[in-house]
Design a protein around this ligand. Sequence first.
Ligand code: SF4
Ligand code: SF4
Length: 556
Amino acid sequence: MQEFIYYNPNSLEFPLNEEVLISSTLKELKEINCIVSNSDQVNAQVVAKEIDFYIQNSQDNLSNKMKNVGKLYKINALRFDLSLDMEQELQVDNRVLLIGTQEQKDDFLGSKLALEFEFYHIDASILKMIDGHMGSFEVIVDNDGKETVLKVSQIVWFDATETFDRAGIYDPISSSHDDVFEQLLQNTKGHIYKKFITYDSSICQYHDRRDEVCAQCVNVCPTVAITKDDENKHLIFSDIDCLGCGGCISVCPSGALDYAPMNTESFFQISRMYEGHTPLIIPAKMNIHEINIELKEHVLPLSIEGEKFLDESKLLTLLQESGSQIVFYTDFLSKGTTDAIDILNQIYKKKYNCKAILVAQNEQELQAALQEVQFVENSRYSINQTTEKKRENFAIRLEKIVDGQDLGRVITGPSVHYAKVNVNEANCTLCLSCVGACNVDALIADATDNTLQLNSSLCTACGYCELSCPEKDCLSIEQDMIELQPSWFTYNVLAQDELFACVECGKEFATKKAVEKIAHMMSPIFSKMSKTKERTLYCCEDCKAKLMIQEGLLHA
Ligand code: SF4
Ligand code: SF4
């Protein structure tokens, strides 16, 4: 297969690497499939609009332009190779429910295409609930006081009252009758959709928890692509309803979610190709065709699919691998990305006295940001391979910036949380409930010296350890901050104790504080029963049983 095609009816003024087939006639390319092309008129897996944008606007000299166009092809091929956004197809039959007035129905069905479908109609006043997804909706209606379930594949809903953007439900008022018909028809030919996110339940802060300490992804999802099963504390994913915006990825604290079209590994590999370049991030939905702007030397665009998935770990990867500030041209910033940029800007300000990321939301701002952007001295840092966990990646890179210094604190939140766990050692009995609660290994127990330890850089600030701690005034969480100092990145002792030896056999069986605490509570009661009973408070399980049996025998 031809890997790369450059098509332009006006041809190209300079040669390209021989891997790229250049053509000015579409006819010549008609039968050829390829991986990457600059043009959507070519049969390509990836259309890289940024190639023409770069060629048209870059101030790089000719030799660098040739190299960089080749690089843009390679970046897109790499992204294609490493992406996990598999396409799926859904068969959708022709049952359509129309929700609206009789007049709206008649108006809508006036079209000739109405014959293609089996239409059902209800008035919005009897609608109770819509469950399921495109292809298998279950619509519950109030049928004269009784609930009736209608099973349909698609829904036309005039003036939809629920504010959601859900596959298979269309509002002709917010678009047009023709557009809705076209969409309905298109879906019956087979609805193609992608799996945009990957999920690791083992580090999810919602999964299998007793209490709800996280559901950030559910809260930011603009559709119903991620929902909660509160009874079992499991997340439910609907790939059909997912728009692929990536908003959930940027707020997921642990990295349990990753963006399939450009996952952590892919983003890392691509970032490495920006060494010596200033990255200009542009979501694919931005219209860059029309923009005439000066891209100063070494500025290289990076096109991304969704506009909301960038988190602090991915952005810091690109910053350090390139050694430059970043320009992000977007008309929308997700909550997570906004926080991530804010955190990184604070960090860069403290360390390098400049912003890390310059955001431009329109052409004027883009022009200004492109004038301002520059390489950041001593900021480049490359690592050989990335770990898959977001917090760990971020910690490795941030530690490099801190570089043994004390740079003070940065404030985080409200959508991207970092925190510090504090333990009041006097009240901690080292029961280790908090260690059991932490599924990202931020809290650990070290048996060699009987310590409870915390690595703040791994903590997701979920608060589950605080809820799990049985002791009063013991474990608390200082939310929304990162301490830019070496201790943030290592395990530090929060509490320590000695082991208590059984007064009968001498075996160490619990921490001294735990035994003393229980003894303090129970002694007044047990001492009234018998001296032996009181002594059991200081015994291991085996000796406790042995003494109790002896006590029983004595009384027999
Ligand atoms: S945001 Fe991440 S950690 Fe939180 S519930 Fe969603 S997947 Fe789990
Ligand atoms: S240390 Fe506590 S707050 Fe931090 S991730 Fe573990 S359980 Fe959550």
